[in-house]
Write a protein that binds this ligand. Structure first.
Ligand code: ADP
Ligand code: ASP
Ligand code: MG
Length: 419
């Protein structure tokens, strides 16, 4: 008997029929003798709808109250799934994040889980019940409702698995695993039977939304065995076939496996670039520019400072597009005059494309293949950043699809059977 945490995303619980299918699939696992805790998202589109409602009242909603509203989507699906399980004859209990003691900090709309009380779930499991928990939500030390950031149910699932010491956390979604890139953008993308934890962490942090970045961090910290698989296969697929169908996130590289040098391509659409032009090149300039942005709680990603010419340099960095206007305003109003820069320019239509693979450690020339491929497509690279297992470039947003497809082909990732 194993203890399994299964997480079902928005599409997987997007209709009454799909919720009934989830119930059938869960019962299949429970009937095989396993204890099952199920974490669910809100029905697809529901969280967007709730946030839009809040924005109709307040264009910049009060974060505490926004969480009160946004957290309700998951309360609907836990109740419906518990009913579906009971109507199929399986005892089940639904719980909100607060009821099972998902304790977080007070960073509304992006709270971090600090601890989870697992006794209540364990008691139900001992009684043979399926436990159904609302993803995406928790409560802070003052008892306020918090949410974990968009896509946060993945993190709820992994955190519950860690707290319970589960044998495995299974993330059921609308694709049957982790692909070489988003299959919605490249139909020739191929499914990876396994991916190393390090690669998954890079893919998620560079924009692949198949797993929320924090869920991968949690899995790494607590060594949770994590698998991504599809909820859209027939629910009565034999268990062994179901396990084989997904992608396992592994902690060790499989030495026997023939690995591609580049395992995957990630992209982030909503980037924006800001350039401070004609900055006097003296110590403390980077600090003065970036600390003003940091103090406004704006996250900076890529940073480039040019060679100085006649004592002046240009300094560029990227921020998320939703923060662009605020960041530009701060630089123009508070920084430019202060540091004596000539002007501040902005480009809100950038995107970041990254190649990821542990194989890069032992292969030279990967970055140059990337740059050659982009130049052959006439795509200008605006910024570059690298680490041991990734190379990222910032390009004009209009070339995103073209760049991802060309790189996918150039690194031999196209699935010959697809497309
Ligand atoms: P859920 O609602 O189940 O949490 P998400 O929409 O958050 O599902 O994540 C699944 C989606 O992630 C897929 O439909 C796919 O378009 C996208 N995706 C992006 N990159 C990848 C990738 N490398 N492999 C698989 N899916 C990816
Ligand atoms: N319902 C939340 C969202 O749409 C959490 C999740 O689905 O993971 O972001
Ligand atoms: Mg998701």
């Amino acid at each position: 008997m194993a203890l399994i945490v299964q997480k079902y995303g928005g599409t997987s619980v997007g209709s009454v029929e799909r919720i009934k299918n989830v119930a059938r699939r869960v019962i299949k696992w429970a009937d095989a003798g396993h204890q099952v805790v199920v974490v669910v998202s809100a029905m697809s589109g529901e969280t967007n709808r709730l946030i839009a409602l809040a924005r109709e009242i307040q264009p910049e909603p009060d974060p505490r109250e926004l969480d009160v509203v946004a957290a309700t989507g998951e309360q609907v699906t836990i109740g419906l799934l518990a009913m579906a399980l009971k109507s199929l004859g399986r005892d089940a209990r639904s719980y909100t994040g607060f009821q099972v003691g998902v304790h977080t900090d007070s960073a509304f709309t992006k709270a971090r889980i600090e601890s989870i009380d697992e006794q209540r779930m364990r008691a139900d499991l001992e009684l043979g019940r399926v436990v159904v928990v609302a993803g995406f939500q928790g409560m802070d030390a003052q008892g306020n409702i918090t949410t974990l950031g968009r896509g946060g149910s993945d993190t709820s699932g992994v955190a519950l698995a860690a707290a319970l010491g589960a044998d495995e956390c299974q993330i059921y979604t609308d694709v049957d695993g982790v692909y070489t890139t988003d299959p919605r953008v490249v139909p020739e993308a191929s499914k990876l039977p396994s991916i190393t934890f390090e690669e998954m962490l890079e893919m998620a942090s560079l924009g692949s939304k198949v797993l929320q970045i924090r869920s991968v961090e949690f899995a790494g910290k607590y060594r949770v065995r994590l698998r991504v698989l599809s909820s859209l296969t027939p629910w009565d697929l034999p268990l062994e076939d179901e396990m084989r169908s997904g992608t396992l996130i592994t902690f060790e590289e499989d030495q026997n496996m023939e690995r591609a040098v580049v395992s995957g391509i990630a992209f982030a659409r909503d980037e924006a670039k800001i350039t401070v032009v004609g900055v006097p090149d003296r110590p403390g300039i980077a600090y003065q520019i970036l600390s003003a942005v940091g103090q406004a709680n704006i996250e900076v990603d890529m940073i480039v400072q040019n060679q100085s010419v006649d004592g002046f340099t240009d300094f560029s960095f990227t921020v998320g597009r939703s923060e662009y206007a605020r960041a530009l305003g701060i630089l123009k109003n508070e920084v430019q005059g202060h540091i004596g820069a000539r002007e501040v320019l902005g480009d809100p239509k950038a995107c970041k494309v990254s190649i990821v693979g542990v194989g890069m450690r032992s292969h030279a020339g990967i970055a140059s293949t990337m740059f050659r491929t982009l130049s052959e497509e006439g795509i200008n690279i605006q910024m570059i950043s690298t680490s041991e297992i990734k190379v990222s470039v910032l390009i004009d947003e209009k070339y995103l699809e073209l760049a991802v497809r060309a790189l996918h082909r150039a690194f031999d990732l196209d699935d010959p059977a697809a497309g």
